[in-house]
Structure formats: C-alpha cells, structure tokens
Design a protein around this ligand. Structure first.
Ligand SMILES: [Zn+2]
Length: 502
C-alpha cells in the first residue's frame, strides 16, 4: 500500500516582521530614510526569500511499515516500480494467482534547501524487499504434506485421474442386470457375467488447505500425480511363521493375496507351511484406490437324479423315464480391491436363474432268483445328487480360479459335524498331504467327494455311509487357514464345481 502524506517543513513558515512606532516631527526625514531603508531591506528580504524558495526542493521520505528506507523525488516512481514488478511476476507465473508483498509503503513530504532525493538507491532497496507469493493448495495425505498445486480443482482432477485408473466411469454404471427367475424349461436367457464397481475411495485420508507460498514450490499436475501414485516396487522375501496364512501375510504387508499368488505360483490351494519362503512385491504408492466391485458369475447346475424303485421291474434293470435338463445359477460376489488387486471376496448370494429338471430313473427291485435277500437300506451307491455336508453352512471360498490360483473345492463354515453329501463307500479316511484329516467317499456312480481339514474322523476305509451320515468333525488340520471344511466333488475323476450340484 502506498500512502501519500504531505507534511509542512519549518522552512516554509514566514519570518516574523517588526514595526517601529513614529516619534518626532524632526526626525521625519530620518524616519523616511529609515522607511526607505526598510523598504530596501524589505525588498532585499523578499529577494532572499525568493532565492531560498527557488533553491528549496520538495522530495519524499519513503517508509515501509513505518520504517524509513530512503528518499524519492516523486512517489509515482514507486507506483511505477510496483506496477512493473507485478507485471513481470504475472508473466513469470501466468497460471498462478500471484501477489506481490510490498509491505505498507507511505511517503512523507520534505521541503529542504538544496535537498536532493536518492531515488535510484531507494527503488533498488524497495525492489529487493518485495516478496512474490502464490496462492496454492497444499495436499496432505494422512496428515503429511505431499505437495502443493495451484488450486483445489487441480488437486481434485489429479485424484480423479488416479481413481479412474482403477474405477473407470464406464464400470460405475448404476444399472445392473437383475437376476430373473425363470420357469423351468425356458429358452436360453442371456445374463452375462458382469463386474460393476459399486464404490470407490482412497485408503488414506486426503485433505486440502489453501496457502500463501513461494511460487517455486507449486507443482505441476504430472509432478503431483507422480508423487501420489508413483513409488517403486520393492521386492522382499518372507519366511512363513507358524500359524501364518496367505491372507494373514497379505494383511501384514498391506498387499493383495493376489500379489502373493502371482509372485509364488507354487502355492496350491492356500497350502503354505512354516519355513516356506515367499517372494513379495511391495508397491508403496502414497495413495491407494480402494474399489468395491459387485461381480457375478453364472454356473450350470446339474440336474438332480431321482431314483424310483419299482417292484414290477427286475432287479438290475433300470429305465430313464424323464431326461434331466441343466439349470443355471448366478453367484454374486462383493470384491474389495486395492489398486486393482483383490483384497477380499465375499459370496453374497446364489440365485437360480433357470431351474434344472431332474432326471428320473426307475430301478427294478423284483428278485427273480430266490435265495438272496434284498438288503438295500444302504447300498453304497449314490443318487447322483448331493446335500450340503455342513448344516447352517456359509461359503467362505468358492471353486475355480480365484486370487490368481485354482481353488479345487469350496470352503464352508457352519455346524461342526461333517456329513456325507450322498450315499457311498469310504474310499479313504486318514491324513492326506495338505488336506490334513480327510475323507474320500466313492459314490459308485462316477462321483467321489472329498472332505478336508477335519479335526476328527468317525468313519473307516471300506465303510458304507448313507447320505447325511456323520463322517467327522470340522477342524483346521493340514495347511488350513482356520476352522472350515474344504469340500471337493469329482465326476469320473475330474474336479467339478460343487455348486453345480448343491
Ligand atoms: Zn479350500
């Protein structure tokens, strides 16, 4: 600010003039002479005054915040300097909102005999005291300043770009294919698997604050983006401790289990043990994008096989009286990802899109040759349909390529009793590598089921078991990640998705 404050100088005050009283007539002449002398003196005085005046110069004392910095001939020189500096500054930082801090500039007028102002020195001094400042937005991540950009809009735009990398707007549509329940036998209905992003956020707390600062500290968009989302990948090795699990290690390092599977392709079905060494890639960007995705997957549900006993048909004979037809189920998952890597996955629903039609087979029970009893209460031959091996079950992991690895079965938690999913003969009851205490039941119809990680077994090899019969207690044996049942179904030696049959 420039304030102009004129002030009177003592030199500009007029001198005092005395007057002499008249005395006698005799001295009139003298008086006249004196008067003439006085006039002459007066004239001399005026001349002197005029001389002083013509040699007295007005100039100004310049003060910044009340402190004298020098003198100047004309205050407009300071105004011109401020204007020139402002123009130069705006040219140097065209995209920033700049201000020139000059301090509070004021002037005091000085009229002094033969006075001169040291204008150039004062202007130089002023110029070097001016400070440029820019308006900027400080970006703080979890309370720490990461960088400064010109304004909040710029910061927001950078964050949006980082977010869009993992949550492109095209995948954030609000419309979501509704599961349609169709009647049996309806034509092909296309409900393609989908993957929609339901929510996106940053894992960190991000704050902005407006600041006045040095313009050289203001970063460009790309610089801040690099600071926020960059960060070099660090490779490290980790030796598995007793009680570790893939998910636990992932959590410990704040990385996705997917990264662990990718780096360590030897891990099968979460089977790790203390002493194994894992390769870990630890990427440490300053901010992490967390997306919540709704994923759907459609699986075929195999038709049930219903066996009807018929006394009029000879034993050993069978007839298919209704051909089965496969149905379809939609599995819906909620998947949480960090920077595109899966952190958690929950199966939220299984919906029947198209009901399967059961296959009905009539089997004869008529005994032609007498002498043999017909003890068929437990034949050891399965029906081809399966019931859940756990009551009050919840699926904690589904079958297939998940987390960048193949999961051979489904994981279930629920009540502790493990039940045979169908009638059959126990083919194996004991400890199986990786599976801990396990049971394999041969259903004698092409199907086999496997039950792993059990705490205890209540059947023996060779024993016939009925559907729903208890075969053991749920546990955490083998390379397990907590108390659960790992359940697999094989058809003619090939692994199946158990949810096709359940
Ligand atoms: Zn499993």
């Amino acid at each position: 600010m420039i304030a102009y404050k004129p002030q009177k100088h003592p030199l500009s005050q007029p001198f005092d003039q005395g007057t002499e009283p008249p005395r006698k007539r005799g001295i009139k002449i003298l008086w006249i002479s004196l008067a003439i002398a006085a006039i002459l003196a007066g004239a001399g005085y005026i001349g002197f005054q005029q001389y002083i005046k013509s040699n007295t110069h007005d100039y100004y004392k310049v003060l910044v915040n009340g402190q004298a910095v020098g003198t100047i001939g004309d205050p407009s020189e300071v105004t011109k300097l401020v204007q020139a500096e402002t123009a130069e500054m705006n040219e140097a930082y065209p995209s920033l909102k700049m201000s020139l801090r000059t301090g509070n500039i004021s002037f005091e007028k000085i009229s002094e005999y033969k006075g001169t102002a040291d204008s150039q020195a004062t202007l130089d001094k002023l110029e070097s005291s001016f400070k440029m400042s820019a308006e900027g937005t400080e970006v703080k991540v979890n309370g720490e300043v990461v960088g400064i950009v010109k304004n909040e809009e710029t910061a927001q735009a950078i964050l949006k770009q980082i977010q869009n990398k993992y949550a492109p707007p095209s995948r954030m549509k609000s419309s979501f294919p509704k599961v349609q329940l169709l009647s049996t036998g309806s034509a092909n209905q296309t409900t393609a698997p989908s993957n929609r992003i339901a929510g996106v956020k940053f894992a960190e707390e991000i704050e902005f604050s407006q600041k006045e600062l040095d313009p050289s500290k203001v970063l460009g968009q790309d610089q801040l983006k690099e600071l926020l989302s960059g960060g070099k990948d660090a490779k490290t090795k980790y030796t598995i401790q007793q009680g570790d699990c893939v998910g636990c290690i992932a959590q410990k390092f704040n990385i996705s289990p997917e990264v662990i599977y990718k780096d360590n392709p030897w891990i099968q079905d979460d089977l790790i043990k203390a002493g194994d060494v894992l390769e870990l890639t630890l990427a440490k960007p300053v901010i992490n994008v967390v997306t919540t995705e709704v994923q759907t997957e459609i699986i075929t549900s195999e038709p049930q096989v219903i066996i009807q006993k018929k006394a009029t048909l000879n034993k050993g004979q069978s007839k298919v009286i209704q051909q089965g037809k496969a149905g379809r189920k939609q599995l819906t998952y909620t998947v949480v990802k960090q920077n595109g890597n899966k952190m958690s996955e929950d199966l939220v629903s299984i919906d029947v899109i198209e009901k399967s039609v059961p296959k009905i087979v009539v089997q004869g029970t008529k005994v032609v040759n007498s002498g043999e009893g017909s003890d068929e209460s437990v034949s050891g031959k399965g029906s081809g349909t399966f019931s859940w091996p756990v009551s009050g079950y919840r699926i904690t992991s589904t079958y297939g390529s998940r987390w960048g690895r193949m999961h051979k079965g489904i994981d279930l938690v629920g009540s502790s009793s493990i039940k045979a999913a169908d009638e059959g003969v126990v083919e194996f009851a004991g400890t199986k590598n990786g599976y801990g205490k396990a049971v394999i039941i041969d259903h004698k119809n092409g199907f086999k089921t496997l039950y792993g990680h059990m705490n205890s077994l209540s059947v023996k090899t060779g024993e016939k078991v009925g559907r729903g019969e208890k075969i053991g207690v749920m546990g955490n044996t083998g390379r397990s990640t907590g108390i659960h049942l790992h359940f697999e179904i094989f058809k003619n030696g090939k692994l199946q998705n158990p949810l096709k049959y359940l």
